[in-house]
Design a protein around this ligand. Sequence first.
Ligand code: PMT
Length: 401
Amino acid sequence: MEPHRILLAISGGIAAYKAPELVRTLKRDGHEVRCMLTPEAERFVSPLSLQAVSGESVRRDLFDPGEEGEIDHIGLADWADLVLVAPATANLLAKMAHGLANDLVSAVLLATRAPILVAPAMNVNMWSHPATQANLETLRARGVATIGPEAGELACGWEGLGRMSDPAVVAEAAAGLLVPSSLEGLRVLVTAGGTAEPIDAVRSLTNRSSGKMGFAIAAEAARRGARVTLVAGVTSLPTPHGVDRVDVRSALEMREAVLAAFEDSAIVVKAAAVADFRPVDASDRKIKKEQLAEGERMTLELVQNPDILQEISARKGDRTIVGFAAESHDVVAAAQRKLARKGCDLIVANDISRADAGFEVDENAVLFVWPSGEVEELPLLPKTGVAAQLFDRIEKLRERR
Ligand code: PMT
């Protein structure tokens, strides 16, 4: 595997004794490893041992001019291809979830744009406490990966979940996150979520898109080293790690945000569900029921929205542009018509009549529909898996040029 730069953050639990072994395993895999410790971690593992096994000086203090002079904490955060937190105590997970930055480790974790993997270790009751589980949920939603803990006899005398995974298992999980930085230097523009077209001050026309598909695509592009702009429609999802997000509501706002980021983008993926129509006149006041007589009908006049995908495909240049197609029947034929009309490089078609794929759920079953007429059918995959398959195809397409 390609060597990477791994920053190991060690927090204060008994499992910190496994840290030197973890450093040795990562070094054996060819990685460059630097260590940083919380003040509590030093009670469990000596900085000198870590320095000896890593071959690098160990960082401990945010405010030590000597340490900051050697490599400052932002430099350290930027240096890493991956930050591995092992062991991660309940306290450190809570600090990460709430964005605290009052010591070196928490400050670096807040500043880094590298992927983060945490290997929790704690007492079983601390682990199962709703506060710890809620913090983990928050972190996972932000794209932080976790490994373990394992069940077994704990240092505190209790039995149950709470042991840090073995160094070999942690190192393997780290390797799984260290995908090649194949998109480094490129800007990727992704759209996600549904648009909402205002009818009046409180109502809008919208659709069922949750944003999950587009957010998974943005996260995958960031994992591959791209600078990512995510134009997000109506969604409640947290921003994936390392992604610049622009929030919009209507199709017109989405068009503006897409055009603003388009010039600098090498790859554009349009996974958003954009409304094809909007009300002609949106009232800036709430339309009152009393405005209509009992039983009287109301007509909402709609006008077409601009087709953003078609507009940018007409100015494609060297860019790779991918559209999605949400279809309820004749999926392939409809996607092929869309590909021809919109003029993009690839259409990812999904059958939205399936309950287990498409809108809202965590999985998707897609077809890659190519201008050559070739159609590739993928099995039902997590949306993260669809995103990875999509970028594998995009990269191949760009290599062939
Ligand atoms: O968000 P999720 O809940 O995870 O659901 C994912 C999804 C089903 C929304 C996603 O996988 C998907 O299919 N997105 C495209 C939905 C859609 O609007 O399809 P469409 O067939 O109407 O549009 C085709 C393409 O043209 C899309 O890339 C769309 O972004 C683009 N478009 C459409 C209309 C418009 N005015 N401007 C556009 O750019």
